[in-house]
Design a protein. Structure first.
Lengths: 481, 486
């Protein structure tokens, strides 16, 4: 029986680091990349006698995320302790939410080849991150860095509604976009601030009972997610086809070998001995707080994309690119106030502006541009009016990008303005035709393909500043067409 | 009368009058400790330098007419469960041997700000698990009233140091009776405040939902004055109550006329020492004579309190003690190979038998498949016990009972009989489960001159009234004036 006779079933658990300035239960900085154990204090070191004090910002971020994903925000949620021993877990337990999370039952819509699909989200809860263990084989020691211990996380758990690795990736991208839009997470998978575990199983098509699932742990890129899930689906099918049985276990993706391998079996699974955290009272959320967070909610990627298509008449492709990041979309909208040819504006965004940003190697971002939307509007108007050529406009934009000078100043300084004065162009045309009487005769005799030669000569004489439309028009008239 | 026989407030009055200096008082305590602590063994470590420096600073403030608090300059001791910056804190456990805390517990800062010289750290049961100080990794403390007997526990070192006049007062902690029972066994006033009244920040956790810090002193007024310094909201403790503390001494002499005092039927049990029962009943009659009305009340779920406590407290303890893993501080088994062995050997060597027993008990109670039957059910019973008290307090202003069913027992006597040891707390631990305040007051002696304690249980945040009730009795008797013979 081939792969296509099986239906994969996938659910995802995402751990997203919250972009708060301080940790969840102490005042330490969450800054990434500090010297090991610099961002620590007795609380996040798990010293004797310390107690957690909840960072209110973390709650606001959780509510914000819950509202954006259409979840119910629970009036009362409960903190729990998840107990296990590990050197980078200072207290020997993680403070998390277990049976009473802050958000429940939301959803996220994704695009699939078959059209839109809604993936249900079962729960979102808050918890603290652990530290990091570094194993140094050369000295036979393990080192512990607790800078990350106590950084606030959101865990977002989907229902097993995903049916392929591609859908899983699509869901993760959409979720990441939402979190980044909300300002809750930086979406950085490489630094581990957006991480994912996948629950994968397969069943024969037509069946309704899910197969035995396997948990894939801590996969840190979209590419690896796709590979790991596809690998796992194929492995399940192969095991089942050969009469075997899938074991309930946790597996890791080995990026070197491109395969998953068993990390621990069901028997080795931890008993986390969850119980309510006695050091933190249950969390009560007043309606006023929910209202306040709701009012500050930004427009989300998907509705924004739809609005860009309808309001600006842009194709889906353009809208998607422009809405990929919130600052980009906002800058576009600001520019659209000054330049009404939206498609042309979009082309500039995708072409020259994207190129310049790219070339800056990340030193300039959309929010640190030196020029204003109004100035970009002026530049495009100058092109439209024929004041400068399209090519010259590219140079001007480059200069605006580097120096922040106004476009008209750059045009004047560099003498880039086109000559659109009929008399002036006509004089040059006459001169060129007089100089090239032989060619004129050939043209009139029917050698029409040398028209470009005359254009070239005129432009050359005008140092490229002749308005091309006007040059064409006058040449045709004079040559008797 | 020796200087060290003074009460805290008597000493404070002399300091205020300039008749004595804090340095003199501190030196007197040091001399007294040098004289008796070889027998009593209350101190795990003395901080002579720190105490004298604080005393000098206090004298300077007094001289400048600028005392930091009414008790400025009065030397006190701390149970070794409170973190003291720069001064070793072990919780009487081998696993924290050599641990020098990087910060002060909130209550320690408050006492320092109030100008009280801290004489040192006092013995206790390891991680406060016990009722006799016999589980201390550093040997037991002896009762100043009878050196072959226990001072009680877990705050036994605090009790013994105050009773032996090595310090004028002390702080203890009470998870199931650890302030009140040793107070009863050493003729002290000991108060466990309402849960949330005093900050737990910097107090080594045993059972977080039950632990509470409180004062131990020789008189009711001293107890009130010491409580005054530490009873306040602490933003570093999320379970600390944002409730303003009243002036605990303002109404101390108000008497008990017109008050209704509950006598719980379930607190006078078989197996109780007849002398304890007779003495406590006599105290009840005294209250009637003083104008209070005795009302019999029922706390029907009392019989489940012990079982409930021994599920919940170990469950929380098993998690609270997970941090002692040898990774960041305290003991580490150096010769261990690999992580698992390091954990295993560190905890095997670092923890004593009673602590291990409770970690096992708690781990079991929280395990998958047992959680509902043990932990969850215990939580439900806890609610019922709390409701028992709220119902009783609809009828009465406070509840009276014995503190401990027996007077101080001999060291080693109950070491092999765990259940008998656990029963020591049978009258005190329902109060922790309910989160209400409880106080133990000296109310008499056995024929062999062992102290007996009367327990006063109050409504949440009603400490002022409990102190007033205690003071009414104290005024009529000389018990709190009697000094241990050591
Ligand atoms: Zn910290």
């Amino acid at each position: 029986m081939p792969l296509s006779d099986f239906q994969p079933v996938i659910g995802l658990e995402v751990h997203a680091q919250q972009l708060t300035k301080s940790k969840i239960f102490c005042g330490c900085s969450t800054e990434f990349g500090a010297e090991p154990n610099r961002n620590t204090c007795p609380v996040c070191l798990g010293m004797p006698g310390v107690l957690p004090v909840l960072n209110q910002r973390v709650v606001e971020f959780a509510i914000r995320t819950g509202l954006a994903l259409g979840c119910t925000i629970k009036k009362t949620s409960v903190w729990s302790r998840k107990n296990y021993f590990y050197p980078d877990l200072p207290k020997g337990y993680q403070i998390t939410q277990y049976d009473q999370p802050i958000c429940e039952w939301g959803s996220l819509t994704i695009d699939t080849p078959e059209g839109e699909k809604t993936i249900r989200i079962r729960r979102i809860h808050m918890e603290e991150d652990a530290g990091k263990s570094v194993h140094d084989a050369s000295v036979g020691e393990s080192l512990v860095d607790l800078n990350r211990a106590g950084v606030p996380l959101l865990e977002i758990v989907s229902e097993p509604d995903l049916r392929s690795a591609d859908e899983a990736v699509e869901y993760l991208k959409a979720l990441r976009d939402v979190l980044v839009y909300l300002g809750v997470n930086d979406g950085n998978m490489e630094e581990g601030s957006f991480r994912c575990d996948a629950n994968v199983s397969v069943m024969r098509k037509g069946e309704t009972k899910y197969g035995q699932r396997v948990e894939l742990k801590n996969i840190n890129s979209f590419r690896f997610i796709k590979q790991a899930i596809e690998y796992e689906i194929a492995r399940h099918v192969e095991v089942i086809e050969s009469g075997g049985k899938i074991d309930q276990e946790t597996r890791l993706w080995d990026t070197q070998r491109g395969e998953t391998r068993s990390m621990r079996s069901k028997e080795e699974a931890h008993d986390y001995r969850y119980f309510p955290e006695p050091d933190l009272p249950p969390l009560h959320i007043p309606d006023a707080l929910i209202d306040q967070v709701a009012q500050g909610l930004p427009e989300l990627p998907r509705p924004k994309l739809q609005r860009f298509m309808s309001q600006y008449g842009l194709p889906a492709y353009d809208a998607k690119l422009l809405c990929a990041e919130r600052p980009l979309a906002e800058f576009f909208e600001a520019c659209a106030q000054h330049s009404k040819d939206y498609k042309k504006l979009s082309n500039w965004f995708q072409g020259e502006l994207a190129r310049l940003l790219n070339e800056s190697g990340g030193t300039v971002g959309i929010s640190t541009l030196k020029f204003t939307p109004a100035q970009l509007g002026e530049l495009l108007t100058a092109v439209e009016k024929g004041t400068i050529s399209n090519n010259a406009a590219k140079d001007v934009l480059g200069e605006m990008f580097r120096t922040g000078k106004a476009p008209d100043a750059i045009i004047a300084e560099k003498g880039l303005a086109q000559v659109s004065d009929t008399g002036a162009v006509e004089a040059v045309v006459d001169e060129v035709l007089a100089k090239n009487a032989g060619e004129v005769e050939k043209y009139r005799a029917g050698k029409k393909q040398i028209f470009g030669f005359f254009v070239g000569q005129v432009m050359k004489a005008m140092k490229g500043k002749g308005n091309p439309t006007l040059v064409n028009e006058l040449l045709k008239k004079k040559l008797g067409d | 009368m020796a200087l060290t026989d003074l009460s805290m407030l008597e000493l404070a009055a002399k300091l205020a009058a300039g008749a004595l200096s804090s340095v003199e008082a501190t030196r007197a305590c040091l001399a007294r400790a040098a004289q008796v602590d070889g027998k009593v063994k209350a101190f795990l470590r003395l901080d002579e330098k720190g105490a004298l420096a604080a005393a000098e600073a206090s004298d300077a403030r007094r001289k400048a007419g600028n005392p930091a608090s009414p008790l400025d300059g009065v030397p006190i001791g701390l149970k070794d469960i409170f973190l003291t910056e720069g001064v070793e804190t072990t919780c009487a456990s081998r696993i924290l041997q050599g641990f020098i805390p990087p910060y002060d517990a909130t209550v320690v800062s408050l006492l320092k700000q109030a100008g009280l010289p801290i004489m040192g750290k006092l013995n206790m049961d390891e991680f406060a698990m016990g009722s006799s100080t016999e589980s201390s990794a550093y040997g037991p403390t002896h009762n100043p009233w009878a050196l072959d007997r226990t001072p009680g526990g877990s705050s036994g070192g605090s009790a013994a140091a105050v009773a032996a006049r090595e310090v004028f007062g002390a702080l203890g902690t009470d998870t199931g009776g650890s302030i009140r029972q040793p107070a009863a066994l050493t003729n002290l006033v000991g108060l466990k405040p309402t849960y949330g009244r005093v900050s737990r920040y910097g107090v080594i956790a045993f059972a977080s939902s039950l632990d509470q810090v409180g004062p131990m002193a020789r008189t009711v007024a001293d107890t009130a004055a010491l409580l005054q310094l530490i009873a306040r909201h602490d933003p570093l403790d999320s379970t600390s109550a944002p409730v303003e503390a009243p002036d605990y001494r303002e109404d101390l002499e108000g008497g008990v006329r017109g008050l209704k005092l509950g006598v719980p039927r379930e607190y006078f049990i078989d197996g109780m020492d007849p002398e304890v029962e007779a003495t406590v009943r006599e105290a009840l009659r005294d209250y009637e004579r003083m104008g209070a009305t005795l009302v019999e009340v029922s706390l029907p779920h009392t019989k489940y309190a012990l079982a409930t406590y021994y599920l919940l407290a170990p469950a929380e303890a098993s998690s609270n003690l997970a941090r002692y893993d040898g990774v960041r501080y305290g003991l580490r088994a150096k010769d261990a190979k690999g992580l698992r062995e390091m954990y295993g050997q560190t905890r095997e060597r670092g923890f004593g038998a009673e602590v291990k027993r409770r970690i096992m008990l708690g781990t079991y109670a929280l395990s998958a498949g047992y959680y509902d039957a043990y932990y969850l059910r215990a939580q439900k019973v806890r609610t019922l016990i709390r409701q028992d008290f709220s119902r009783a307090f609809e009828q009465v202003d406070a509840i009276l009972s014995p503190t401990s069913p027996v007077p101080a027992f001999k060291l080693g006597e109950k070491a092999d009989d765990l259940l008998a040891m656990y029963l020591m707390d049978v009258f005190t631990l329902p109060c922790n489960l309910a989160g209400i305040p409880g106080l133990s007051l000296p109310c008499g002696f056995t024929k062999s001159n062992l102290p007996i304690g009367l327990q006063i249980l109050g409504k949440p945040f009603d400490e002022a009234r409990m102190l007033r009730i205690a003071r009414a009795f104290e005024r009529e008797h000389d018990f709190t004036r009697r000094l241990a013979p050591v």
